[in-house]
Design a protein around this ligand. Structure first.
Ligand SMILES: [Fe+2]
Length: 311
């Protein structure tokens, strides 16, 4: 018998009087899924009180596309977005970004998915440039379990925060955010058994992984990206200042600026994320390690800017 799968939904979007075209479930203490709200039935104030005490709400996997449509409409309606309390806004943006990146990685050549990723970057920039808003709160919600798509969102958040700290113009920030969000897109074509491998990679496996910047660059071209900065960030984010990186062994200032910024954010997120084989490092320890052990690899001037930003 095929068991039904359930996926978590963002419970913060639910308000009194709202109804969905799908059933909403809660998980009981014995891990069974109980129907909390039938489709078409409105949420009451009492429901809201109960929901606030729950860890999560779920929909059946088969009805998740319905939820995604609802959720995307909810987010793009600016008036409704403003109604979300400021504290919850970054979470909503992050969750939307996760959905978009999931779609993008499962269908990297899909033009609609690429357009959605641009909207994600604009939502992040609007939040980061909002005077009432601290960069820290967007960074605080970064997920610390490592998956390629959440890693891409985190790197984009760090790069945008850093770019904003470096006083980049909004158009440049948008390009940087886009490049950071897409930097590992080439991994969508790398065998999952290699990407998710726990142990040390063999030479052959590492050879396969090292193809991802070039693959990502080619997907970028296919998607019609013609901005050289965006393409450079994708293609050269694994270059190292001493020329020992890949794919082109570029050195120092020959490595394009976006690639140097994304490279630092990439390492920082990898160090501060939890993996099945390692615990997450604190931000402080990660920065310290990068400063002491990686000064031949990363652009130290940009790393110093990151340190100043965290202060
Ligand atoms: Fe990468």
């Amino acid at each position: 018998m095929v068991s039904t799968k359930y996926l978590a939904i963002d419970k913060e979007i639910i308000s009194e009087g709202m109804s969905f075209e799908f059933k909403v479930f809660v998980q009981s203490s014995d891990k069974k899924m109980d129907c909390f709200k039938e489709n078409g039935s409105c949420f009451t104030n009492n429901d809201k009180v109960i929901i606030d005490t729950l860890h999560a709400l779920y929909v059946e996997e088969a009805e998740h596309p319905e939820y995604e449509v609802f959720y995307k409409n909810f987010l793009v309606t600016q008036q409704e977005l403003k109604n979300i309390k400021l504290d919850n806004k970054p979470s909503a943006i992050y969750e939307n970004a996760e959905n978009v990146l999931n779609d993008l990685f499962s269908n990297p050549e899909g033009l609609g998915n690429y357009e959605s990723s641009k909207e994600v970057v604009h939502d992040m920039i609007d939040t980061i440039l909002d005077d009432n808003f601290s960069i820290k709160s967007l960074m605080d919600i970064a997920t610390h379990d490592y998956y390629t798509h959440t890693h891409s969102i985190n790197v984009s958040i760090y790069a945008l925060s850093l770019g904003s700290y470096m006083k980049m113009q909004p158009e440049t920030l948008a390009e940087l955010g886009e490049s950071a969000l897409l930097h590992d897109l080439g991994k969508s074509k790398v065998d999952l058994s290699i990407l998710n491998k726990n142990g040390t990679l063999t030479d052959k496996e590492f050879y396969e992984i090292k193809k991802h910047p070039d693959i990502g660059y080619k997907i970028g071209l296919k998607l019609g990206i013609d901005n050289q900065n965006v393409l450079d960030g994708i293609r050269y984010h694994h270059e190292k200042m001493d020329g020992t990186g890949y794919p082109s062994k570029l050195k120092a200032s020959n490595i394009p600026l976006f690639a140097r910024i994304i490279g630092i954010c990439d390492i920082f997120d990898a160090l501060t994320s939890r993996r099945s084989y390692k615990e997450a490092m604190s931000s402080f320890d990660a920065i310290k390690l990068m400063k002491l052990k990686m000064n031949n690899h990363v652009d130290v001037k940009i790393l110093d800017k990151m340190i100043m930003m965290f202060r």
